[in-house]
Design a protein around this ligand. Structure first.
Ligand SMILES: [Zn+2]
Length: 312
């Protein structure tokens, strides 16, 4: 099976300041581990294009795209930084990184629909799942997964896609964008309470929200997925699956207090591969979200990729 792997040096050039956990070294850690493990040879590496306004506006208000452009694009020349919220800032490399990250989701969607790859992974930053229709927050500016999902529906003519979010934080931005869009089923688990403190009450009938208490382990999450996600996915029969792949529910990650390990990410990915095989011709596009312990992130991404590539 071909696993297309989208990443770009521009995604490294987005820097939010010394000591910020959402740092360029996250991508280095993943890349180094893929080389050291030899897994890189099993991936089909591809360059993502820059997303267009039309692509971004399938998930975002035009005013948000314009506001981001006005605030962030000039930083490249000015060499300055701006603070958007207490956790989120933009600098000279941010605008192109944002466009590459969203562009990767679109290109990966096309590749999987056109069968030049069975599955795709976007090793990109900034992440996207906290970006709402009209607001940047929580390290996120544009919602990469939503841009990809809406491209699949609005441009490529698919009728039903699933968005799975296994980041430790609730994907409030994704929920904001897709709640009520019956072409999309969003299933997630997230630690609750934890930033952004939303999700306990789903915003629409197409949302399967599974709040998980702090210090829950992988077995708790697996049982919740079996009981809550899988029956809904079977019933929905998605024609394609998007994954908001955050790895900060790992027990070594200090931004959350959950206790997942690599085996849990393998198990979750296998469930999604099985759903995709039954209903979606195997089509999966996965985009990196969180994951801040560099070692745990690299090992967990590799585990996820081995399953997506059919190697494990
Ligand atoms: Zn997260």
């Amino acid at each position: 099976m071909t696993l297309a792997y989208y990443t770009h040096p521009d995604c490294r050039a987005h820097v939010m300041g010394r000591g910020h956990p959402e740092c360029p070294e996250r991508l280095d850690a993943i890349h180094d581990y893929l080389i050291a493990s030899g897994l890189i040879d099993a991936l089909d590496a591809r360059d993502p294009p820059l997303a267009s306004d039309a692509q971004l506006e399938r998930a975002h208000a035009a005013a948000h795209v314009e506001e981001m452009r006005a605030a962030i694009a000039p930083l490249a020349l000015a060499g300055e930084h701006v603070q958007l919220d207490p956790d989120t800032s933009a600098g000279p490399g941010t605008w192109n990184a944002m466009l590459r990250a969203a562009g990767a989701a679109v290109a990966a969607t096309d590749a999987v629909i056109d069968r030049s790859a069975e599955t795709a992974f976007c090793a990109v930053r900034p992440p996207g799942h906290h970006a709402t229709r009209d607001q940047a927050m929580g390290f996120c500016f544009f919602n990469n997964v939503c841009v990809g999902a809406r491209h699949a529906l609005d441009v490529r003519g698919l009728e039903r896609v699933a968005i799975i979010d296994f980041d430790v934080h609730h994907g409030n931005g994704t929920e904001d964008i897709v709640a009520g869009d019956e072409r999309i089923l969003m299933a997630s688990f997230f630690q609750h309470p934890l930033y952004p403190y939303s999700g306990a009450v789903p915003k629409g009938p197409n949302m399967v929200n599974v709040p998980v208490p702090p210090y829950a382990r992988g077995q708790h999450v697996r049982e919740a997925i079996e009981q809550m996600w899988l029956p809904r996915l079977e019933e929905f029969r998605p024609q394609m699956i998007f994954i908001s792949a955050g790895f900060d529910a790992h027990r070594e990650d200090d931004l959350g207090q959950l206790g997942l390990v690599e085996d849990d990410y393998a198990w979750i990915t296998r469930q999604l591969v099985a759903v995709a095989a039954r209903h979606a011709q195997g089509r999966i596009v996965s985009c990196l979200e969180g994951g801040y312990n560099l070692g745990a992130l690299a090992r967990s991404v590799a585990t996820h990729l081995r399953v997506l590539a059919g190697l494990a």
